[in-house]
Design a protein around this ligand. Structure first.
Ligand code: HEM
Length: 416
C-alpha cells in the first residue's frame, strides 16, 4: 500500500484502530483524516468491555505525549496491553515518569549524543555499505528485508552485542511488535509469540549482564549501554538485575523496529515521483530536510498509549481518570492545520514540525543514532542508485504499533 491522499471519509461507527489488520490491509490514513475532521478525540469501545481514547491532531498528540503529570507512561505504553498494568512500569525507562525516568535516561543519553557517537561512524558506515552491497548486483533485491536488518547494526554497536546474534535478535523484535503477523508467529497465537519473544530476549540480556559481571572491562560504565545500566545509580541505588534486563529489552526494541522503514517507505513513495528522488539525491543541502520529510511520511512508530492520572479535558471531551489515551503519531504528521498539502512528499519541506521521534520527556533517546544511520544509508543509496523499480508485491507488517515494510522487491538501475 502506497500512502495516497485518502479518497473518502470512513464512517466513524466502522472505525477500528485496535485491530492490527486495519494497518496492514486497510488505509489507516483515511481513518485518521476522518477523525481529525469529525472526531479528533475519539472513544473506541472494544467488544470485551475495554475502551480507549484516540487523539489524532498534532497539538493533542504533543499534549498527551508531553504532559506526564496528566498522562502517565508508568502503567504501560502499548495499546495491545490496554487495561493490563505493565509489569515493567516504573522499572523501565520507557514506562516510567519523571523524575525517576530522567535519572535513568540522562546517563544513558550521554552515550548517544552526537559527540559520543562520532567515533562509531566509520564502523556504522562500513556495516551500512556491507548491507547495501547486493543492491546493485543486477538481481532483484528485497529492500524490505535488508532495511529490517539495518538498525541492528547500530543497536549492536551501542549495546556491545556479538554480530552472530543479530539475526535472532531482529526476529525476536519483530515477534514482539507484530505478534499477530503470521510470518513471525510461533505456537499458533499472538500471545504465545509474545511470550516466547519476551522469554528469549530477557534470557539473552540476563546472559549478557552475567558475562559482563564475570569479566568486566576496565571501563564498564563507558563500554556500552549495558555496562552503563549496570553501573548507574538512581537515587543512590544501583538498578536491580531485572531493571537492567528490562531496559536492555526496551533499548533493543526501541532501536530495532523503526529506522529501516523510514528508508523503505520513502523509496516506495518516490518511485512515483522520480524528480523528487533525483532532486534529493543530487542536492547535498536537501539530505537532512529530506530525511525529516521521510520521517514525517513514514512515521514508523504508530502509537503510544498513556493513562489519564486525573479527569482532564481535551478539545471539550472529558477524559476520565484511568482512561487509556492513544496518541497516533502518523496522524499528527499529516495534520492539515500544521502541514501544507500533508499528503505530498516534499524533500525540501520547510518548516517541518514532524514528530516521528515523539515529543516530550520520552522523545526518542536514539534519535541521533537513527539520524546518523539514515544519513549514511541515504547517502550510499543516492551515490549508487539512479532509479528503483518495483519488482514484486510489497508486504506490510501486521501491527498497530510499527508501520513496517517486511518485503519490498526492487530492481535497481545503478548510476554510472
Ligand atoms: C527512525 C527510528 C526511530 C523512531 C521513528 C523512533 C521513535 C520513537 C518514539 C516515537 C519514541 C517515544 C516513546 C514515547 O513517547 O513513549 C521513542 C522512544 C524511544 N526510543 Fe526511539 N525511535 C527510533 C530509533 C531508535 C533508536 C536507534 C534507539 C536506540 C538506539 C531508540 C530507542 C528508544 C528508547 C529506549 C525510547 C524510550 C525513551 C524514553 O522513554 O525516554 N529508538 N522512539
Amino acid at each position: 500500500m502506497r500512502i495516497t491522499v485518502p479518497e473518502s471519509a470512513v464512517p466513524v461507527q466502522d472505525i477500528d484502530l485496535y485491530d492490527p489488520r486495519t494497518f496492514s490491509e486497510g488505509d489507516p490514513h483515511a481513518i485518521w483524516r476522518t477523525l481529525r475532521h469529525e472526531e479528533p478525540v475519539f472513544w473506541q469501545q472494544l467488544p470485551d468491555g475495554r475502551g480507549f481514547w484516540s487523539v489524532t491532531k498534532h497539538d493533542d498528540v504533543c499534549r498527551v505525549l508531553g504532559d506526564h503529570e496528566s498522562f502517565t507512561s508508568s502503567r504501560g505504553a502499548i495499546l495491545k496491553m490496554l487495561g493490563t498494568p505493565d509489569p515493567a512500569g516504573g522499572r523501565q525507562m520507557a514506562v516510567s515518569d519523571p523524575p525517576r525516568h530522567t535519572h535513568v535516561r540522562r546517563p544513558l543519553y550521554q552515550l548517544m549524543t552526537p559527540s559520543a557517537l562520532r567515533p562509531q561512524i566509520p564502523k556504522i558506515h562500513a556495516a551500512v555499505r556491507k548491507l547495501l552491497a547486493p543492491m546493485t548486483s543486477g538481481d532483484t533485491w528485497d529492500m524490505g528485508v535488508a532495511m529490517t536488518a539495518l538498525p541492528m547494526i547500530v543497536s549492536g554497536i551501542l549495546m556491545g552485542l556479538p554480530e552472530e546474534d543479530y539475526p535472532d535478535l531482529v526476529r525476536s523484535g519483530l515477534m514482539t511488535v507484530a505478534p499477530d503477523d503470521e510470518r513471525f508467529q510461533v505456537g499458533g497465537s499472538a500471545e504465545a509469540t509474545l511470550h516466547q519473544a519476551h522469554h528469549d530476549l530477557f534470557a539473552y540480556f540476563a546472559a549478557q549482564v552475567r558475562k559482563r559481571r564475570r569479566n568486566p572491562p576496565p571501563d564498564l560504565a563507558d563500554s556500552d549501554l549495558i555496562g552503563r545500566l549496570m553501573t548507574l545509580r538512581v537515587e543512590g541505588s544501583r538498578l536491580s538485575e531485572g531493571e537492567i534486563v528490562s531496559n536492555c529489552y526496551s533499548l533493543l526494541l526501541g532501536a530495532n523496529v523503526n529506522t529501516g522503514h523510514v528508508v523503505s517507505a520513502a523509496i516506495l513513495q518516490l518511485m512515483d515521483f522520480p524528480e523528487q528522488y533525483e532532486k534529493w539525491a543530487t542536492d547535498e543541502s536537501l539530505l537532512k530536510p529530506g530525511i525529516r520529510e521521510a520521517l514525517r511520511w513514514s512515521s514508523p512508530v504508530v502509537h503510544f498509549l498513556r493513562y489519564a492520572v486525573e479527569d482532564v479535558e481535551v478539545r471539550g471531551r472529558k477524559i476520565r481518570k484511568d482512561d487509556g489515551v492513544v496518541a497516533w503519531i502518523p496522524s499528527a504528521n499529516r495534520d492539515e492545520d500544521v502541514f501544507d498539502d500533508p499528503f505530498r512528499f516534499d524533500v525540501g519541506r520547510r518548516p517541518n514540525r514532524e514528530i516521528g521521534f515523539g515529543y516530550g520527556p520520552h522523545r526518542c533517546i536514539g534519535a541521533v543514532a537513527a539520524q546518523i544511520t539514515l544519513e549514511l544509508t541515504f547517502q550510499e543509496i543516492f551515490a549508487r542508485v539512479e532509479r528503483f523499480e518495483q519488482a514484486g508485491e510489497v508486504e506490510h507488517l501486521v501491527s498497530n504499533f510499527t508501520a513496517g515494510i517486511k518485503h519490498f522487491p526492487v530492481k535497481v538501475t545503478a548510476r554510472r
